[in-house]
Design a protein around this ligand. Structure first.
Ligand code: ACO
Length: 309
């Protein structure tokens, strides 16, 4: 038995904000954004849709997809840096709204690596048989902490939610290896001050290129796999150049990397499960495929895992 994914769900707001729309808001261009980041458009939630609403929709879909009922969930973990408020947690808000039992529920703050932290935390409870079904949600309403006058950050982010239900799986499936880490020294490069997200893009870029590649290689080695075993790399969708660097470090062909950054931008903790959900909808991922998931984020934090689907 190992800990694997039993069901997946997503929610993206309807409103699309294109690079051309952004040209009217800040001094930027579609060409600059596309070539520097790979982003073409992103989704922005309306004023009535907060983080917990998006989390609820994605979670509901994931529980249904797993063929389960809310009362089957034994723990709720929500990865977010944009909760509705510091407390109560988004996890507690959706525990009530979904109609789950009074199970342990908490938010995890690890920025864009949050979903990796969530999945790997869930794995510990599943492996020890303390929990059977753990709901993990990655959700961000980054638009509410975006400074729409700062062109260096306003063009990067989007709103979204995605969720999985994890539980015991057999036949060699599930999480094969993982790694998590942090380096608070780099916290000064990406943080929230007052209402806004503030970032030193160049420093984050350097860190991300180094760490994403290294973590991806580490989990492949820890699982006794080779690059040829990898069916898909699903990196955090922050910037196509960072994603490409980790693909090249793994030395796998282009078609083996899942890309959604062009249509959603950087959705922080929801970006990896959202890319996974899209790849599954597109029929890309097959039973038994080997996936490598890798993320990095503010903290600084990082996390990666190898998984047999
Ligand atoms: N439109 C036009 N010009 C711009 C824009 C814009 N939106 N933003 C910056 N510029 C200008 C700059 O002012 C600068 O001009 P100058 O040379 O006259 O000073 C020039 O473009 C180059 O700026 P750089 O910052 O050097 O551009 P770079 O190639 O590094 O790209 C970027 C910037 C895209 C932000 C990149 O550094 C990056 O992707 N960094 C990582 C960001 C990231 O992934 N963050 C998410 C972390 S995850 C989390 O936890 C939220």
């Amino acid at each position: 038995m190992a800990a694997g994914v039993l069901g997946i769900g997503k929610y993206v707001p309807e409103r699309v904000l294109t690079n051309f729309d952004l040209e009217k808001i800040v001094d930027t261009s579609d060409e600059w954004i596309r070539t520097r980041t790979g982003i073409q458009e992103r989704r922005i939630a309306d004023d009535h849709t907060n983080t917990s609403d998006m989390a609820y929709y994605a979670a509901k879909n994931a529980i249904e997809d797993a063929g389960l009922k809310p009362e089957d969930i034994d723990m709720i973990l929500v990865a977010t840096v944009t909760p509705d408020r510091p407390f109560p947690s988004v996890a507690c808000m959706i525990q009530d709204r979904l109609g789950c039992r009074n199970v342990p529920s908490m938010d995890l703050s690890a920025a864009c690596a949050g979903f990796m932290y969530g999945m790997i935390t869930a794995k510990q409870f599943i492996d020890t048989e303390s929990c059977k079904h753990v709901l993990i949600v990655g959700v961000e309403k980054l638009s509410k902490i975006t400074n729409w006058e700062d062109r260096s950050t306003a063009v990067l982010f989007g709103d979204a939610a995605a969720a999985v239900v994890m539980g015991p799986v057999s036949d060699g499936k599930g999480i094969l290896s993982y790694e998590l880490g942090s380096d608070g020294v780099g916290g000064k490069h990406l943080y929230q001050e007052g209402p806004f997200l503030i970032m030193n893009g160049r420093e984050v870029f350097k860190f991300a290129v180094r760490q994403m590649g290294e973590s991806a290689v580490n989990v492949v080695e820890k699982a006794n796999l080779t690059k040829d075993d990898i069916d898909y790399l699903i990196p955090h969708q922050a910037n196509i150049r960072i994603m490409e660097a980790s693909r090249q470090r793994l030395d796998i062909p282009e078609e083996k990397m899942i890309k959604t950054v062009h249509k959603y931008g950087n959705t922080s903790s929801s970006s990896i499960p959202l890319a996974l959900a899209d790849a599954l909808e597109g029929g890309k991922i097959k039973d038994g495929d080997i996936l490598v998931l890798v993320g990095f984020g503010g903290g600084l934090t990082w996390g990666a895992l190898a998984l047999r689907w």
